[in-house]
Design a protein around this ligand. Sequence first.
Ligand SMILES: O[C@H]1[C@H](O)[C@@H](O)[C@H](O)[C@@H](O)[C@H]1O
Ligand SMILES: [Fe+2]
Ligand SMILES: [Fe+2]
Length: 301
Amino acid sequence: MSVVTEELSYRGRELESISDAIDDVNVLKGKTWSKKSELDENKSKKSFRNYENACDRVKDFYRLQHRKQTVEFNLKARAAFRNRKRVSMSVWQAIELLNTLVDESDPDTSMSQIEHLLQTAEAIRRDGKPEWMQVTGLLHDLGKLLLLFGSEGQWDVVGDTFVVGCQFSEKCIYPETFRSNPDSRHPVYSTKFGIYEPNCGLDNVMLCWGHDEYLYQVLKDQCTLPPEGLAMIRYHSFYPWHREGAYEHLCNENDKKLLAAVQAFNPYDLYSKSDERVNPEKLRPYYEGLIAKFFPPILEW
Ligand SMILES: O[C@H]1[C@H](O)[C@@H](O)[C@H](O)[C@@H](O)[C@H]1O
Ligand SMILES: [Fe+2]
Ligand SMILES: [Fe+2]
């Protein structure tokens, strides 16, 4: 394991290398993260994202996320990201570091994150899609590393995303839970356009803070992915927009183009969750080759 050039301040203490971080993750795993080894049964498309029958873990997650994702928090989280000392590591190290977390917001998978990333990428590759899209699939959830980089919990990392600073959309899952968010009673933030101009473009709105936005911010100046790939990363959890058609009044022409890309990506993210298991070590050489085409050997995370 190569040594990290910068030190990472993590849960109040300094880590000198990524292997320290991985050890830490392994310790934490037993305490806060559970990992089931069983692959979910093959599912029909309809049985994905069934939030009505989701377990309490998922419902509790959204209650918290919808209460705590406010404009005030968003501004704070973005500033914290800009001011934080960044960690240096390769893409593959990042994948390994992420591997032990279980996403509390996800009703559809109990697989490890590395499997989810590889299954997404493999499904894209099987369909003969371009290399940039395969590698986008491989990376798209790496923003969940935020869990190790100072997030307050899972509620500011995972889950579907929505816009803050204007009325919460009824198209979000469990929309009634926004009632406990103070912004839902704010004189400006609770209005249709809130702090935004009509059709200002998604680039100019604040999506709730989480793994999509974080990874987009990390990668936008450190890779050669096309805008469509970056949009797939930035908006893949934005289901109220890409699946339900919400927020059209904030979108511009460019967003319409990106919407098509995000929609093309979504089935690979979602439905590959029932695919056969993958072997990370076997697939690694192929994907390391792809990574080298689009990313420098070491990135700042
Ligand atoms: O990776 C996440 C996660 O799996 C969530 O459960 C889902 O709601 C998000 O949209 C997705 O991006
Ligand atoms: Fe995701
Ligand atoms: Fe995903």
